[in-house]
Write a protein that binds this ligand. Sequence first.
Ligand code: 6MZ
Length: 334
Amino acid sequence: MEQFLKALPKVELHAHLNGSLGIDSLRDLAERLNGSASDKFLELCFIRSEKDLDACFETFTFVHQLTSSPDGLRYATELAVRDFAHDNVQYVELRTTPKATANYSRREYLEIVIDAIIGARKKYPYIMVKLLPSINRAEPVDVAKETVSLALQLAQTHPDLILGIDLSGNPAKGRFSDFAPTLAKAREKGLKLVIHCAEINNPLEVKEMLEFGMSRCGHGSFLTMEEIKQLKERNVPVECCLTSNIKSGTVSSLKEHHLKRIMEAGAPKVICTDDSGVFDTTLTRELLLATETFGLTREDCIALTLEAVHHSFASDQERKKMVETVVNYAASLL
Ligand code: 6MZ
């Protein structure tokens, strides 16, 4: 099964750029920037088994140190694409929060990432890469407004690259209702919305988010059966990130993972990594965990991949190409 899943041309729809650098990439990045990589520092960039969501958000601050310069950010973007390409991912929607440091502005942050993606597309032509700028809900609303405004401007020059906006960050911080008008503006102007929703237990906020609507729901760990049915009616998939949910302690065990309830309800879902670096996983591994835990077959994994193609924000032509690649792979196994 593992070999089959590794070779499967996979589709990744929920991946945070700074969380998606595997150990080798982090070492390459630290060596390039600092001449060497201390094992102690690299250890800080990974979650062990804390089962603590706040610990996850602290972990990102270590990776962010390596991407706080233009060179670090550019190389990290290329390495993240490299890691997905090596896992035989044929399409990835990378999300990232534009940051302002002493070395770049939020606009420059996005321009650097865009340039790096365009460069990486040439180096790894097998993989299609898209970009979803993220709003960090722990930051002020004015920052969110700037992010949406930049995304809209840059989407004009890169319409095949910037396809939507993500709302993420520590779910215990900030209020969705404060960000809703800014998200609504992004949607009105044509950007898709992916929203981290029900990652922690906050029924009132989940209700607000579902009323507001979204193209895909990030995590959904605390959705009730009623809410799962609502998403099914609207054809909104839940982006299920198994290892992330276990390591951050929002789901108690793989067997208890809500992917089971979602599948039983026949509701749409996609399997994703979230932060393949920080959580030390790959999309191959996430699919393997799903097969081992819920007894999925090869055919189920192919169906899941086609479902991910369907829910991606790729163009019709790109989706057609992805379907063909998956179908050809399945046919080659017969
Ligand atoms: C919510 C998350 C997340 O944007 O610097 N992020 N937000 N829930 C999660 N589940 C564990 N995992 C990552 O990538 C890292 C940032 O993505 C968000 C956090 O804001 C984190 O700082 P970028 O590329």
